[in-house]
Structures are given as C-alpha cells and as structure tokens.
Design a protein around this ligand. Sequence first.
Ligand SMILES: [Zn+2]
Ligand SMILES: [Zn+2]
Length: 211
Amino acid sequence: MYDLHVHSIYSDGSGEIDAIVRKAREANLEAIAIVDHSLEHPLGLTEKKARKRHIEIEEASAKYNIRVVEGIECGIKANGEIILPDFEFELILVSIHDPVPMDEYYRRIEMCLRNHDVDVLAHFHSTIFDAYDGRDIVRDKEIIDLLMENDVGLEINTAHHAPPSSVLEDCISRKIKYSIGSDSHSLSRVADVEWGFKMAKRFLKKGRSLL
Ligand SMILES: [Zn+2]
Ligand SMILES: [Zn+2]
C-alpha cells in the first residue's frame, strides 16, 4: 500500500517530515507522497519552502528506507489556472477548493486538464466542499474521458470519501490511472488508506495504479 496525499508543516499540516515518513515506515507502506498546498493557499509552499522540504525529504527517505515522493496540491482557480512555485515536483495533484456552482466546478476541471500538465485529479466531488449536489452524470463521464486522454490519475481520497461510487462505477471497464491518498493533515491519519484500496479493488480492477 501507499499514501500519495499527505500535508506537512510546509503547508497546513501539523506533522514534521521526519515524523510523517517514520509513521509511513511503521505502517509498512511502500511509498508516501508529501503534497503540500501550493501558493494560492495562505500557508502554501513557496520556492524557498520547497527547497528546504526537499532536503528533509531526502534525509527522511534515506533514514527510514522508504520512497518519498515530492509533490504539491494545486487548487484549481478560475479558467482552470493553477499556480506553482519554481521547483521540479514529481507529483502534481489538482483539486477544487473554492465553493463554486457545479457548472463552474466542471468548467474549471476541464480547462485545467486541457491546459496543464498535471498528474492526479484529487477528491473529485468531495462532499466536504459541497460539490456533490447537482452532479451531472454526462459531465462526470466527460471528466473521466479527459483524464484518460491526458493520462491523468483519478484519486481515491479517504478523507473526503471521494469520488462517489457512481463515478467509480463509470470506470469499471476502463484502464484508468488512479492514485490513493489519505489527505492527512495530522500524523494520526498518515497511512489511513485502506478504504481507498478496498474501493480500487472493487471498482478499478482494470485500472492502473499510479505506483
Ligand atoms: Zn484538497
Ligand atoms: Zn489535500
């Protein structure tokens, strides 16, 4: 198992890099991705913070002998824009954090997937951001098509319990790329990914895990 969505003190998480990686090791994960929020977040990852985090990640990875992926989670803004600090990330997650009407919700994701080179769409239709109501089944399918066309992964997020199973059902017969993450902001939830792997086993047998 792996956990490809963890926030640290480098954005709004409470766990230090060393402690997060140690917890991942103790949980016997194969890999973990630290994906702090990007610059649109008040506590987001600046270039300077990304460089400092890089050193700590390398140290912790060697110390605990586990793969640690250096990532970032970008909120998708109007016109599908994302903001990134000047740094090479191994993993770029994108997600909607603004409470926008459903039409705008789809539009932002579509434009982002068309215009930016990203790796994973995180917590699609998260109930936490009220995006679940008013879903459009046809547009959900279009998002899945766009993910496939652009080889972007669909995240199963165990904090948001997203995406809803109806979206996963649409993926049953497709070779969709997917990723699983806890979206933990504290040490206690690092490696809390079992529900995600259970859902992947049930709905995404034909899919391809990101790791
Ligand atoms: Zn998020
Ligand atoms: Zn997150």
